[in-house]
Design a protein around this ligand. Structure first.
Ligand code: E4P
Length: 217
């Protein structure tokens, strides 16, 4: 499974990239606003920090205006991919960008049917939001299972399932067991994925025992 980081905070991205576990970066308008910085500055800096895809989301809601934004964002760096909402105008833009060879990430997906439409529009990635479904009392992971199963029935679909709106480490494990391609993970959840009390206890014991080894430094 590939890991994207779900933030526009360049310090957090730099830290995760340094560990070597980062395949890409996912942003959205809310995350950009939280960074407190101009959109272009943030995206350009992120693109210099990671080699993988960096999602930059359009805010227009009409196809032609989306395409204007998309083409501008795509000119900022080779690894920018265009994030588009799962509405008819967004899928029209997705089809055009796909035909032009521009990478896309279709976002705000909440059902398998929406994901099937995005695949037909040539989306590079489909982003189902599992946490927001869980928040409504649904089982977000069921949607991931449906999408992965449906896509697997059609080998010609090469859209990758990018699990979004992840709230905790178990979401990552379950998505991987289902066979989702990518998880976009908030920094706080990446931190938790590292953690296990037995790791800390075991390391502490190994280091303490090492002190008893003759000549060890
Ligand atoms: C991904 O495409 C989304 O922007 C992000 O994962 C949403 O996460 P949230 O539901 O925690 O805002």
């Amino acid at each position: 499974m590939k890991f994207f980081i779900d933030t526009a905070d360049t310090d957090q991205i730099r830290a995760a990239a340094a560990i070597g576990v980062l395949d890409g970066v996912n942003t959205n308008p809310s995350l950009i606003a939280k960074s407190g910085r101009p959109f272009k500055d943030v995206i350009v800096e992120i693109c210099e920090l990671v080699d993988g895809p960096v999602s930059a989301e359009v805010t227009a809601t009409e196809t032609e205006a989306m395409l204007d934004e998309a083409r501008e964002y795509a000119s900022w760096a080779d690894n920018v991919i265009i994030k588009l909402p799962l509405i008819p105008e967004g899928l029209r833009a997705c089809k055009t960008l796909s035909d032009e060879g521009v990478g896309t990430n279709v976002t705000l997906c909440f059902s398998a049917n929406q994901a099937l439409l995005a695949a037909r529009a040539g989306a590079t990635y489909i982003s189902p939001f599992i946490g927001r479904l869980d928040d409504l009392g649904h089982e977000g992971m069921d949607v991931i299972a449906e999408i992965v199963t449906a896509y697997d029935n059609y080998p010609e679909i090469d859209t990758e399932v990018l699990v979004a709106s992840i709230r905790h480490p178990r979401h990552v494990t379950d998505a991987a067991l289902i066979g989702a391609d990518v998880a976009t993970v908030p920094p706080s959840v990446i931190d938790k994925m590292f953690k296990h009390p037995m790791t800390d206890i075991g390391l502490e014991k190994f280091l303490a025992d090492w002190e008893d080894v003759p000549g060890a430094s």
